[in-house]
Design a protein around this ligand. Sequence first.
Ligand code: ZN
Length: 321
Amino acid sequence: MAGAGRGALAYEELKGFEGRAAATAGEGRDPVNAPMIRHWCEALGDTNPAYEGPDAMAPPTMLQAWTMAGLSGHAGRSGAYDDLLALLDGAGYTSVVATDCEQEYLRPLRPGDVITFDAVIEAVSPLKTTKLGTGHFVTTRMDVRADGRLAGTHRFRILKYAPRAPGSGPAAPAGAAGDRAAGEMRDLRPRPVVNRDNAGFWAGVKDHRLLIQRCRDCATLRFPWLPGCNACGGQEWDTVRASGEGTVFSYVVMHHPPFPAFDPPYAVGLIELAEGVRMVSNVIGVPYDKVRIGMPVRLTFLRADDDLELPVFRAVEDGEA
Ligand code: ZN
């Protein structure tokens, strides 16, 4: 069914990659070490005392970090993974997105542990259609060893897919399932996931009010919405309405990959509100390449379609502030 057009691709051929090595006899660039642990903890704001001092262990979530090669890459990487990706590229599944990661921890890693690892292509899914496009999920499993003993496993899943050209339905390979859904969704932005924890925020947006949560116990403001206070753990909260004034704290310009309903390049800003919390949003009213850190912006509401309105930030003109 997916064989139409360029690159007929039999699923059996993809299945044949399952169980093949993605990396063999990999070696960590450095033994587990205190400086990397310290940088990691500082970056994440993790002050757990288990990660400090003479009996320190590494944060378990660093598992993959000890296997990473850096810019120079690893010698001895197996060709099977590259072959699989090349096969998918050739069949039109040219885009890639990391979808999820699962880790299991068998024993703690400590400074001085020498890391080795092997990785295997664990699974290649049948053809799947997602909102991004149609393609195959590829799961690799890496077994990480410390001084030869298994310390943990790291499963990593990507989707190799054929991106939809904006406004034109799914790209090749043609004939894949989901064309109808694509036609209906193509020009609509993704829907926000509204749940118990953030329903009040979206109710506010409907009323053109940008609501920030405030802890009832310690009055700390927080955004995005969460069930508890990061400062004190308190679970009671109320809200304050943002004034709508803010500045661009940081930003990126999105070029790739293209998503339906988005027209790259465009600027995505991390906006620092006058109240002190930050939120990710679009910066509008100024060309994407004129967005700058520190630029004053003001809240406005963008009607994306009949069912979706979003808080965005408009650049404040010189002299208007
Ligand atoms: Zn609090």
